[in-house]
Design a protein around this ligand. Structure first.
Ligand code: ADP
Length: 169
């Protein structure tokens, strides 16, 4: 059984086997969680991301996929980068958002990670409505077979925390 836990805070302050980054497909950094992870994690993460761009992911990491790197100076063994979809009011991209959680857990399983901290993927710069993002996150984790023992959602503010808490009640 995978336990789902909630924390209000900054994901870069978490201790976990793996910390998930809400990356963009360039893998070369950005704002929000991505910027914070690279700032606190140090240059080793970006260095590995550049290597991924030079090898397997020449065109970047596709939306809905996930890939791991070192966690650099973060209190974790790995960062799992996943690329959420940009919210669209005209197109249903929820399958891609669900895929982020599923693929991240698949990568975590391959690494042997037992505790994984997730942000609310796509709900920041990418504009996904928080309540729907929380619904997809919780439903997908519950529906995914994984050896991960704890999935910890790390929510940046009260609104995000309450949206996730509402899904777990
Ligand atoms: P995206 O581009 O996928 O929308 P963002 O990083 O902009 O990713 O935002 C994803 C979510 O993470 C938002 O709800 C945002 O408020 C939150 N967030 C931003 N910085 C942090 C952080 N340091 N720790 C945890 N959550 C964060």
């Amino acid at each position: 059984m995978t336990a789902i836990t909630l924390v209000r805070g900054d994901i870069t302050r978490q201790t976990a086997d793996a910390i998930v980054n809400a990356a963009n497909s360039s893998l070369l950094g950005g704002g929000g969680v991505d910027g914070a992870i690279h700032r606190r994690g140090g240059p080793a993460i970006l260095e590995e991301c550049r290597k991924l761009r030079a090898s397997h992911y020449g065109r970047g990491l596709p939306t809905g996929k996930a890939v791991a790197t070192t966690a650099g100076d973060l209190d974790a063994r790995w960062v799992i980068h996943t690329v959420g979809p940009v919210w669209s009011s005209s197109e249903d991209r929820s399958a891609q958002l669900a895929s982020c959680y599923r693929e991240s857990l698949r990568v975590a399983d391959a690494l042997g990670a037992r505790t994984v901290a997730f942000p609310a993927v796509s709900t920041g710069i990418y504009g996904w409505p928080m309540h729907d993002g929380a619904r997809i996150a919780v439903e997908t984790v519950r529906a995914t077979a994984t050896s991960v023992e704890e999935v910890r959602f790390v929510l940046f503010d009260d609104r995000a925390y309450e949206a996730f808490a509402g899904r777990l009640r």
